[in-house]
Write a protein that binds this ligand. Structure first.
Ligand code: THU
Length: 133
């Protein structure tokens, strides 16, 4: 599985985005260590706070199928510049893959790469929960 295939899956998933409120359509595709890909799109709700980002849909689909080991995620948006995951998604992705590789692609095909641990330094983790005095 290469980067281009993962990006292509994210772009494809973007077609299913349900974003009647923001009109901001996002697609995501997450790659497991054993080579499987799970895709997702953002799904909004009339009760705005109940909306969910594409990245978490892709991750939760994978985790609900028993996956826990991830290598990379691709994110597709129709923006001028590639877009990185929001803060909530960074935290949620970090639970399973603190070293996740991130590829973001914009409408003209420009790709930006990043590493999750550089985008969420000093992340809150389960070890912090065990540190109560
Ligand atoms: N959104 C995502 O799906 N991923 C991101 O990384 C940023 C934001 C969605 C949430 C909402 O449906 C819309 O984009 C506008 O915030």
């Amino acid at each position: 599985m290469n980067k281009d295939e993962l990006l292509k899956m994210a772009v494809k998933a973007q077609n299913n985005a349900y974003a009647p409120y923001s009109h901001f359509k996002v697609g995501a595709a997450i790659l497991t260590r054993n080579g499987k890909i799970y895709s997702g799109c953002n799904i909004e709700n009339s009760s705005y706070g109940a909306s969910i980002c594409a990245e978490r849909v892709a991750l939760f689909k994978a985790v609900s199928e028993g996956e826990k080991d991830f290598l990379a995620i691709a994110i597709a948006t129709d923006t001028k510049e590639p877009v990185m995951p929001c803060g909530i998604c960074r935290q949620v992705l970090s639970e399973f893959a603190p070293n996740l590789k991130i590829y973001a692609i914009n409408i003209s095909g420009k790709v930006k790469e990043a590493l999750l641990d550089q985008m969420l330094p000093d992340a809150f983790t389960k070890e912090d929960l065990e540190d109560i005095k």
